[in-house]
Design a protein around this ligand. Structure first.
Ligand code: UGA
Length: 435
């Protein structure tokens, strides 16, 4: 099948490369010439396991190419819209300019019968707003939200948990066409939910809102555990055994970040307000507030444990990415903690296996270094992203290089007892300190 993917950021680059891997003939279009040049040379614009291999495979087979010219989308039959919908500056709503511009630039190149497929996360009602202009040139619109997780983007795209097709009334052909696009997943019995535009759009924000709520729920329990001497990690294990609850996404810590969960719950709240239903999702404001409080708590703990001030104390911040296996620092709690500690006069040395370049671009005032440089002579060690490299640090070896064996485990990812046994003052979130 001939396919175009408009927007080659996180979502689009992975989608284009994965579809080429599945045997389709794909052109990825992006307005950024540097991105297109890099992708055309097989260089992934982001750190994403598996993506470089797929790019190399697709480019070599010539099934995959990239272009800055939207006219190159002509000739494809299915056109995916995969541009970003970031948080609007000065507001909580989603910035729809990129989606609107992508659709407007594509329309003159559509042929009768073409299928435009929205993948971007959008406010409910967007597809219904865009459809008339697409239908006016004889093409059709479907909405097919994406559920990939960064770090697992390639496998999530090739073997998704489920597929959701939001289609116009009676457009059964769109279902067949999308089934052909995702033939490999369909053959392995991936569930397909065929529905209307609004439901498809809502499925995406509902899923992310639920995940964010689950994380903030356990972080709220961490707040209570901190004043009662309870242990939130044991609590999560215990409630997680209930199959109706499940243990996944119950890891208490510094909270969620990234380019999706924070902005999606805010955009959903803004959209519900527009729809006159702000009460229905009022809890999402609390989810956001709990999440942001956890970052403050980590900073508070560092200060408290350093005897009331972090001023001129050396703090090793381990982790900058919003989660491991990613170089993404958008709305990253880890980077936020580093910035706040620096702002309080601490001598922060921050490190991350992949996210230093992106962090430096946003916060050049911070000092970055290797993990060894960060740890040498540190008065406090803060683990804020649970990279495997940090989880597997040997507490005895680390104790030998720091000035003061104090570790704040902001992801509850270390073996608390092993660190305490090695002479550390161990402070987790929502658990009793150990020493
Ligand atoms: C999220 C969703 O999980 C995907 O399904 C969705 O497709 C994607 O957003 C999107 O909308 O594009 P992602 O942002 O890659 O994916 O990251 P997650 O794995 O969901 O993690 C989000 C944040 O929650 C991270 O900062 C992570 O550290 C944090 N988290 C996760 C916790 O604090 N505790 C947990 O138990 C789980």
């Amino acid at each position: 099948m001939r396919i175009s993917v408009i927007g080659c950021g996180y979502l689009g680059a992975v989608h284009a490369a994965s579809l080429a891997h599945l045997g389709h003939d794909v052109v990825g279009i992006d307005v950024d010439p540097e991105k297109v040049e890099n992708l055309s040379a097989g260089r992934a614009p982001i750190f994403e396991p598996g993506l470089p291999d797929l790019l190399a495979e697709g480019l070599e087979s010539t099934r995959l190419r990239f272009s800055t010219d939207i006219a190159d989308a002509a000739g494809a039959h299915v056109h995916f819209i995969a541009v970003g919908t970031p948080q609007l500056a000065g507001s909580t709503g989603a910035d729809m300019r990129f989606v609107d511009a992508a659709v407007a630039s594509l329309i003159p190149h559509l042929r009768g019968g073409d299928l435009v497929v929205g993948k971007s996360t959008v406010p409910v009602g967007t597809a219904a707003r865009l459809a008339p202009d697409i239908e006016a040139v004889g093409a059709r619109l479907a909405w097919n939200p994406e559920f990939l997780r960064e770090g697992y983007a390639v496998t999530d795209t090739i073997a998704p948990d489920r597929l959701v097709y939001g289609i116009a009334d009676g457009d059964d052909i769109a279902v067949d066409e999308l089934n052909e696009v995702y033939a490999a997943a369909i053959e392995s019995d991936t569930p397909v939910i065929v529905t209307d535009y609004a439901t498809a759009e809502l499925v995406k924000v509902a899923a992310n809102s639920f995940l964010a709520t689950k994380i903030s729920f356990i972080n709220a329990m961490a707040e209570i555990a901190e004043v009662t001497g309870a242990d939130v990690t044991k609590l999560a294990d215990a409630i997680g055994y209930d199959k109706r609850i499940g243990r996944k996404f119950l890891n208490a810590g510094v909270g969620f970040g990234g380019g999706c969960l924070p902005k999606d719950i805010r955009a959903f709240t803004a959209r519900a307000e527009e729809l006159g239903r702000s009460d229905s999702v009022a809890f999402l404001k609390e989810v956001d507030a709990i999440n942001l409080r956890r970052r403050e708590r980590v900073v508070e703990l560092v200060i408290e444990r350093l005897g009331g001030s972090a001023f001129q104390k050396k703090v090793a911040v381990l982790g900058l990415a919003f989660k491991p296996n990613s170089d993404d620092v958008r709305d990253s709690p880890a980077l936020d903690v580093a910035v706040r500690l620096h702002g309080l006069g601490a001598n922060v040395v921050a490190t991350d296996p992949e996210a230093i370049a992106n962090s430096r671009r946003l916060h050049p005032q911070l000092t970055f270094g290797t993990v060894e440089e960060a740890l040498a002579g540190a008065d406090a060690v803060v683990v804020v992203t649970e990279w495997k490299q940090y989880r597997h640090l040997d507490p005895r070896e680390v104790a030998a290089v720091v000035a003061n064996p104090l570790v704040i485990d902001a992801r509850n990812c270390l073996d608390a007892e092993a660190w305490a046994d090695a002479g550390w003052e161990y402070v987790g979130l929502g658990r009793r300190p150990l020493s």
